[in-house]
Design a protein around this ligand. Structure first.
Ligand SMILES: Cc1cc2nc3c(=O)[nH]c(=O)nc-3n(C[C@H](O)[C@H](O)[C@H](O)COP(=O)(O)OP(=O)(O)OC[C@H]3O[C@@H](n4cnc5c(N)ncnc54)[C@H](O)[C@@H]3O)c2cc1C
Length: 85
């Protein structure tokens, strides 16, 4: 890898994607490497904690999550024992 390739970020999970977002906002070139062929279809964001939302607010993406969110009733959340994770 050459210096001009930018910052190597290994893993496109939440941490890698946020680091990528923040570096690109500052015009720092990146190279994002992910071993999975595509997104996982298992939810790992059933709940977003207040502190996470504060951080998303801070970096200016909270409104995008608000747009994409799905409200889930407490009853439905408690009744999914076969959820594939
Ligand atoms: C079943 C489940 C449910 C969860 N539910 C919630 C929830 O409701 N709310 C919440 O806030 N958190 C939840 N979490 C926790 C949340 O998923 C983690 O805190 C978060 O994913 C951590 O982000 P990360 O980027 O550090 O790691 P990861 O999400 O694990 O991402 C790391 C990425 O790096 C990739 N990678 C690893 N090694 C390499 C390599 N050598 N080369 C290239 N790519 C590589 C992996 O494929 C992966 O995509 C849940 C976790 C699990 C397992």
């Amino acid at each position: 890898m050459h210096k001009e390739d930018g910052v190597a970020i290994i893993g496109a999970g939440p941490v890698g994607l946020i680091v990528a977002h923040e570096l690109l906002r500052r015009n720092v070139p990146i190279r994002l490497v992910e071993k999975r062929p595509g997104p996982s279809h298992a939810t790992r964001a059933f709940t977003l904690h207040a502190r996470s939302m504060e951080m998303f607010e801070h970096i200016g993406v909270a409104h995008r999550l608000e747009e994409a969110r799905q409200r889930v009733s407490a009853r439905r959340a408690a009744c999914q024992p076969d959820l594939d994770v």
